[in-house]
Design a protein around this ligand. Structure first.
Ligand SMILES: Nc1ncnc2c1ncn2[C@@H]1O[C@H](COP(=O)(O)OP(=O)(O)O)[C@@H](O)[C@H]1O
Ligand SMILES: [Mg+2]
Length: 239
C-alpha cells in the first residue's frame, strides 16, 4: 500500500441476514484530509464507518482494514479507540442520567490519590475541552437535560478529547443549528491543521463542496467512485 494513505478499507462486504449492506467496498483516505462519504439513505455509509470503529467487529464482515499500512482487526470499539479512531454516531448514544463530564470520561474516569472518582478534576478538564471547541455547557449538568443538538456537540467534544488520529462524524450537522455547525467547522479546520484526518458522512452537497478534500460516493453498498476536491464539480454530481 502506498504510504500516503492513513486508511485503506479493502473489499469490505457486510451482510445483515439476507440484506447485503456493503459489497466489495473500497475506500482510501490520505492523512490530514477531510474525506466525505456521501450517498442516499440506506447506501451503507454508517455501516462502513461502524466497521472501522469496531462496532461491527472483525469476523462479522469480509475484507481488510489497513491503518497506517498495518491491518486493523478490532474486536470492539475499545480496540479501534486504542488504534486512534473516534466516532460520533448518527444516533445519539449518551448516558442521560449521568453528568456531562461522566459521559466525556465514561471509558476512563479520573481518580484522585484515594482511588475515588475525581469529579472536580473531570469537571475542570471538561471545561477546558469545551473552551477549546467553543462550547458553553456546564460539565455538571445531567446529559439527559440537554437538547439533542447540545448532546451531539458534547459527543463531538468527547471525540476531540480522545486525541484520535481519525475522527468519524456521521451526519453531524443534521441536529445542530447553523451557528453551531459553523463553530464545529472551525474546530475541524484547526484539527486538520494539526494533521488529524476526518471521515465525514453527509448528504448535504453544500457542506461537501465547502469542506471535503476528497469524497467517496456509495450507492447500494458499493463505491461508485472516489473524487478529489478539484473534480467534485466537473463530475456533474454537484451543482
Ligand atoms: N443493525 C442492522 N441490522 C439490520 N440491517 C441493518 C443494520 N444496520 C444497517 N442495516 C441495513 O444496511 C443497509 C445500510 O444501512 P446504513 O449503513 O445505515 O445506511 P446509511 O448510513 O447510508 O443510510 C440498510 O439497508 C439498512 O437497513
Ligand atoms: Mg447512516
Amino acid at each position: 500500500m502506498a504510504e500516503e494513505y492513513i486508511l485503506e478499507m479493502r473489499k469490505i462486504t457486510k451482510r445483515f441476514g439476507n440484506v447485503t449492506a456493503l459489497e466489495d467496498m473500497d475506500i482510501r483516505v490520505k492523512k490530514g484530509e477531510l474525506h466525505a462519504i456521501c450517498g442516499e439513505n440506506g447506501a451503507g455509509k454508517s455501516t462502513l464507518m461502524k466497521i472501522l470503529h469496531g462496532y461491527h467487529p472483525y469476523g462479522s464482515y469480509e475484507g481488510e482494514i489497513y491503518l497506517d499500512g498495518k491491518p486493523l482487526r478490532s474486536a470492539d470499539t475499545a480496540d479501534s479507540q486504542r488504534a486512534g479512531i473516534a466516532m460520533v454516531y448518527q444516533e445519539i448514544n449518551c448516558l442521560g442520567t449521568l453528568t456531562v463530564s461522566e459521559n466525556i470520561y465514561s471509558s476512563k474516569m479520573l481518580y484522585n490519590r484515594f482511588g475515588l472518582v475525581d469529579y472536580r478534576a473531570m469537571h475542570r478538564a471538561c471545561s477546558r475541552i469545551f473552551e477549546s471547541v467553543g462550547l458553553d455547557i456546564n460539565p455538571r449538568e445531567r446529559m439527559g437535560r440537554l437538547g439533542a443538538s447540545q448532546q451531539q456537540l458534547v459527543l463531538f467534544a468527547k471525540a476531540v478529547k480522545e486525541n484520535a488520529k481519525i475522527i468519524i462524524l456521521d451526519e453531524p450537522t443534521s441536529s445542530i443549528t447553523k451557528a453551531e455547525a459553523n463553530n464545529m467547522m472551525r474546530v475541524i479546520q484547526k484539527l486538520k491543521g494539526e494533521g488529524i484526518t476526518f471521515l465525514y458522512i453527509s448528504h448535504k452537497l453544500d457542506e461537501i463542496m465547502e469542506l471535503a478534500d476528497s469524497c467517496t460516493i456509495i450507492r447500494d453498498g458499493r463505491s461508485i467512485g472516489c473524487l478529489r476536491r478539484e473534480n467534485l464539480r466537473s463530475a456533474g454530481l454537484f451543482p
